[in-house]
Design a protein around this ligand. Structure first.
Ligand code: HEM
Length: 449
């Protein structure tokens, strides 16, 4: 009787953490992330995590694990699930470049979380369907271009809404708070994505938020199929309208495959503009606490003031730094579609691969700028030879909306800082030693003419 040879991942396994080490990683790294809300944040938990410095503990835990096990991917001892954490910068580059085969973006937990509001989004699709959906996203969001081809339509919208925000702050004695900032930001988002008539359609944003709150519980909560159908119906109607000057209009005019499902790509955008709001207001806090950087940004605004859609690289670098220091997608998840060979062993098929971005972003053993604000590091595009910094992921699964996000956030910030002096009143940031988390919900500023 011939027996099948054991799979390579059994014959030549990767190193595995002990049960206790696995528990420590789950407690210090995974748990705070799940508690904060992976799909929509829970403000009270974010506040507690900031106060207790819990995010810093997560990076230290990963550093301790890497000191013991070196650089190879490390399997975690999670019962019933193959799970590995990535410790080597080269492995990070490899995994994001070898996406979606054999490292699929459609990882199981992510699929369960996102299906609550967008079961056919590219991120959790695979094979030909993923190819078509990713392609549509890339085209419409203008993935390859720092300045979206419709930028000249979008920039005036950003400026109008930022001006309106400044008027509101003036009416409150110059106080700028996060809720007011976010309201203004989402007016920009709805106008840019769907069209001007959606400016005040807060119910659409709220419906998305309700469904995202279910997404926080992944498979532990049943799907609200009625709510989801309603969201998709409203988005389909907006696409059919295709209001002039909106991405909806642009989307109607690009060629797409039969499986592209445009109306199921848009919820990801509405969802992902929320962290863009967080990142940009944290960027404002960084500028307010670094007067020399504020002066550089203002000078650049002045230099580019004749451009209809300025690049504003220093402000883009500011938002990127905000995302490096306080990543809004801290865990990049992949799932292996086959066994994968690494230098130290073979990873089994169906392994959830965890890339914990803050471990690389805030690694003070390797980065001199780990805990300070260094917008100049983003002046040149980062390559495979550079240390991995992944605010927008990278490789073939890189966020196709990153340039659009940076265009809109940088212009939003530009309007604010070119018209007001900005003082951060809620926090006192220590430039050389920035905190492991900055609670965006508590940020408050005093604006002066
Ligand atoms: C600060 C804001 C944002 C951040 C930090 C961010 C970050 C990311 C990251 C890390 C991923 C990869 C996720 C993964 O591999 O699991 C991703 C994917 C994606 N993002 Fe963003 N994103 C942001 C905003 C946006 C916006 C505003 C849009 C659209 C307008 C967008 C569109 C997408 C899409 C469509 C994907 C899926 C790509 C794929 O299927 O391969 N993102 N984003």
């Amino acid at each position: 009787m011939s027996s099948r040879p054991a799979p390579a991942s059994v014959q030549n396994p990767l190193p595995k953490a002990t049960a206790w080490e696995t528990l420590q990683v789950l407690r210090d790294v995974e748990l705070p992330m799940i508690a904060k809300g992976p799909i929509i944040r829970r403000p009270k938990v974010v506040g507690a995590v900031e106060r207790l410095g819990i995010e810093g503990r997560a990076v230290k835990r990963m550093q301790a694990v890497s000191e013991k096990y070196g650089r190879g991917p490390l399997m975690l001892a999670v019962p019933g699930k193959n799970m590995a954490t990535v410790l080597d910068p080269d492995d990070v580059h490899r995994i994001i470049e070898e996406t979606p085969e054999p490292f699929a973006t459609a990882e199981t937990l992510k699929r369960h979380a996102l299906k609550h509001f967008q079961p056919k989004t590219s991120l959790i699709s695979h094979g030909e369907e993923r190819t078509q959906r990713r392609q549509l996203n890339e085209q419409v969001l203008d993935n390859g271009h720092p300045i979206h081809r419709m930028a000249e339509k979008f920039v005036p919208v950003v400026q109008e809404e930022a001006d309106e925000l400044l008027r509101l702050a003036d009416s409150k004695g110059g106080t700028l708070t996060y809720p007011d900032y976010l309201d203004a930001w989402f007016r920009v988002v709805r106008r840019v994505v769907l069209g001007d008539s959606y400016r005040n359609d807060k119910q659409l944003t709220e419906l998305t938020e309700r469904l995202r709150a279910r997404g926080n519980f992944a498979f532990l909560r049943p799907e609200d199929t009625e709510g989801r159908d309603e969201l998709i119906r409203q988005i389909r109607a907006a696409l059919e309208k295709g209001e002039p000057g909106s991405i909806a209009e642009f989307m109607n005019n690009v060629p797409k495959g039969d499986d592209a499902v445009p109306e199921q790509q848009v919820p990801q955008w509405l969802f992902a503009f929320d962290p863009a709001g967080m990142a940009s207001i944290r960027g404002l806090a960084l500028l307010a606490s670094h007067p020399d950087r504020m002066a550089e940004a203002r000078e650049q605004i002045q230099q580019e003031s004749q451009e209809k859609a300025p690049l504003l690289q220093r402000l883009r670098g500011t938002v990127l730094e905000s995302l490096r220091l306080w990543a809004t997608t801290p865990m990049i998840l992949r799932e292996t579609t086959t066994e994968v060979e690494f230098e130290h062993g073979v990873m089994p098929q169906g392994t959830t691969v965890l890339i914990f971005a803050p471990f690389f972003h805030r690694d003070d053993r390797n980065l001199e700028f780990a805990h300070r604000f260094a917008p100049e590091i983003w002046d040149k595009p980062r390559t495979r030879e550079d240390w991995p910094l992944l605010p927008f992921s990278g490789g073939t699964g890189i966020c196709p909306g990153r340039h659009l996000v940076l265009l809109l956030t940088s212009n939003f910030l530009a309007t604010i800082i070119s018209k007001r002096q900005v003082e951060l009143t809620s926090h006192s940031l220590e430039p050389g030693n920035l905190p492991s988390l900055l609670n965006n919900y508590r940020l408050e500023f005093q604006l002066r003419p």
